[in-house]
Structure formats: C-alpha cells, structure tokens
Design a protein around this ligand. Sequence first.
Ligand code: SF4
Length: 105
Amino acid sequence: MTRLDCNVTSCLHNSDNYCCKAAIIVEGPKAKDTYETSCGSFDENKDGAFHNLFKTPESKLEVDCEAKNCVFNEDRHCNAEHIGIAGDGASESEQTECASFKIRS
Ligand code: SF4
C-alpha cells in the first residue's frame, strides 16, 4: 500500500487532496519523465454536485503502475511509500501526472 496525496481536485474521486478509490492505475509505459505519466483512474467531476457524498478519502491505496521505467515500479505495481499525483484543474487524464516518477538509472 502506498500513501498518496493528490491535488487533482477536479477529479470525481478527490476529497481534501486525497483519493477516495481503493486502487488506481498510473499510465505511462514509455515514460521517461513525470509529465509522460498520468492517473488512468481520473474521472472528471463535471458539475461538482456529487463530490464524494458517499466516499471517504483513502490515505493508503494500491497503485498499479504501467510506468515500468520508474525505480518504484515492481512488476507493474508501485512500491513507493509515498507518492503524489498532480494536475490541479485537469479535465482529462493526460493532464495529470505522477509527480513521484523517478527514472531508473
Ligand atoms: S486523479 Fe487519480 S489519484 Fe487523484 S483523486 Fe482522481 S483517481 Fe484518485
């Protein structure tokens, strides 16, 4: 389980800079930098009306990850203790990124 902060407040699953999903997937199979990754679980909160009415923020969650060039990627799973997803104001998943991506040397 990974501790996760997320500042994508335009996402349906965001509450107080935490994610309310039990698991997310980070995309970016060819990523060599943070901006080439994205949160594949992003869903736009179009009208803001149903903002996590029935959800509770998860501070730790399972992170599946396609960014296999990252040092934290272990068999398509993130083994970092703490990551941050960024993309405040995003309206699509490509506008988000895993800010903790770190390329393998
Ligand atoms: S962008 Fe991803 S990590 Fe952030 S709240 Fe949405 S689903 Fe969760």
